[in-house]
Design a protein around this ligand. Structure first.
Ligand SMILES: Cc1cc2nc3c(=O)[nH]c(=O)nc-3n(C[C@H](O)[C@H](O)[C@H](O)COP(=O)(O)OP(=O)(O)OC[C@H]3O[C@@H](n4cnc5c(N)ncnc54)[C@H](O)[C@@H]3O)c2cc1C
Length: 314
C-alpha cells in the first residue's frame, strides 16, 4: 500500500486505515516517500506493515506526484506486487492515476472494501447499492479507498525498512511546489471529530450556523459540518461539506440540523455510530436512518440544546 505523507512527514490517516485492511489480506508492505519517511516507517510497522520501502528525498515533497509515481513504477518492476492500495488524499490519488497510466494497471476508485488481490467493493447510486467488482488486467491492480472504510489499529511490531534511492529524471519533475498555504484549522478536524454537528438549508440563513458553533463549543472533540446546498449557497466553506462530493465522517454522534437526508449527503455520514436529526418535516428521509429524531424547528430546538449543554457544563 502507498502511505501518503504530508510535507512534514505526518502520515495520512488513510494510510493507517488501509494498513488494517492490507494486513488482513496477507503480508502488507508499504511505500513511504518524502521527508520523514524513515521515521514514519516505525508507525507503519506498529500498524502491521511487514516491510516499508522508504525514501526521505525532498524531491517527493518538492514536486507534485510525478516523482512518486516514477519511483513506484521502479519498485513495482522489482517486486511484482498483486495490488497497491491508495488512500483518497489529493496527492495519493494523483500518484495512483499517474502510476496506473504508466504501468497499464486497472484502477478502481471509491473502494469501500478490498475483498482480495483482484476484487473490491464499492457503493453505487449514491450509496444505495453495494457491488463486488472483479479486477482484470495487468498487475498490480490499483484501488483507491474511501476514507474511513477501515478501522486503524496498532498491532505492535516493527517493519523491516528498505531505503530506496531513485534518480528522478528531469521530465518527471515538471510540477514544482511554489508555495504552501496552510488551511487555518481551529479546533478538531471534521474527519476526526467524535461528534459532528451539521447544518442544512433548514438553518434558514448563513448567520444561524453560529448556533451550531455554540453547540460545538459546548461539546469537546466536536466539529461543525454542512450539506452541499448550504456550501453552494456560500453560507460556509467547502471544507465543511459532508457527503458524496465532500468529506466522509464516522463520528460517535452525528447531529443533522435542518438536513433533508438526500442520498448524496447520507453517503458521507450514515456510518456514524449514532445519528440525531432535527427537522420540522416528519417525512424527511434523514429520519429513516436516525437513532433519535426530533420533529421541530431548528430555531427553537438548537437554542434549547445550547442552553441545556451550557447548564450541564456548569
Ligand atoms: C452529484 C451530486 C453530488 C452531491 N453531493 C452532495 C454532498 O457531498 N453533500 C450533500 O450534502 N449534498 C450533496 N448533493 C446535494 C443533495 O442532493 C441535496 O441537494 C443536499 O444534500 C440538500 O441539502 P439540505 O438537506 O441542506 O437541503 P434540503 O434538501 O433543502 O433540506 C432542507 C431540510 O430542512 C428542513 N427544514 C426547513 N426549515 C426548517 C426549520 N426551520 N427547522 C427544521 N427543519 C427545517 C426541511 O424540512 C428539509 O428537510 C449532491 C447532489 C448531486 C447531484
Amino acid at each position: 500500500m502507498y502511505a501518503e505523507l504530508d510535507h512534514n512527514g505526518n502520515i495520512a490517516s488513510s494510510a493507517l486505515e488501509n494498513l488494517a485492511k492490507a494486513r488482513e489480506l496477507g503480508d502488507a508492505e508499504a511505500v513511504a516517500l518524502g521527508p520523514g519517511a524513515t521515521e514514519a516507517a516505525k508507525t507503519l510497522g506498529e500498524h502491521g506493515a511487514k516491510k516499508v520501502y522508504a525514501s526521505d528525498d525532498a524531491v517527493f515533497a518538492d514536486y507534485v506526484a510525478q516523482p512518486a509515481a516514477y519511483a513506484l513504477l521502479q519498485l513495482v518492476q522489482a517486486n511484482q506486487p498483486d495490488m497497491i492500495i491508495f488512500g483518497m488524499g489529493y496527492d495519493s490519488r494523483d500518484i495512483a492515476a499517474r502510476f496506473a497510466a504508466a504501468n497499464g494497471s486497472t484502477v478502481m476508485a471509491n473502494v469501500t472494501d478490498v475483498l482480495g488481490a483482484d476484487k473490491a467493493q464499492t457503493q453505487i447510486f449514491g450509496g444505495t447499492k453495494i457491488v463486488d467488482v472483479a479486477l482484470a488486467g495487468a498487475n498490480p491492480k490499483v484501488v483507491i479507498t474511501r476514507p474511513k472504510s477501515f478501522e486503524p489499529s496498532a498491532v505492535g511490531g516493527s517493519a523491516e525498512v528498505e531505503q530506496i534511492s531513485v534518480e528522478i529524471p528531469d521530465n518527471e519533475k515538471k510540477a514544482k511546489v511554489a508555495a504552501r498555504h496552510e488551511e487555518e484549522a481551529a479546533g478538531v478536524k471534521l474527519e476526526d471529530a467524535k461528534v459532528v454537528i451539521s447544518g442544512g438549508r433548514g438553518l434558514l440563513e448563513a448567520k444561524n450556523f453560529e448556533l451550531l458553533e455554540q453547540v460545538s463549543k459546548a461539546i469537546s472533540g466536536s466539529a461543525v459540518g454542512a450539506t452541499r446546498a448550504v456550501v453552494d449557497a456560500g453560507w460556509v466553506p467547502y471544507a465543511m461539506q459532508v457527503g458524496q462530493t465532500g468529506k466522509t465522517v464516522k463520528p460517535d454522534v452525528y447531529i443533522a440540523a435542518g438536513i433533508s437526508g438526500a442520498s448524496q449527503h447520507q453517503v458521507g455520514m450514515k456510518e456514524s455510530k449514532r445519528i440525531i436529526a432535527i427537522n420540522k418535516d416528519p417525512e424527511a428521509p434523514i429520519f429513516q436512518i436516525s437513532d433519535l429524531g426530533i420533529v421541530g424547528d431548528t430555531m427553537k430546538v438548537l437554542p434549547a440544546l445550547i442552553e441545556e449543554l451550557n447548564k450541564r457544563k456548569g
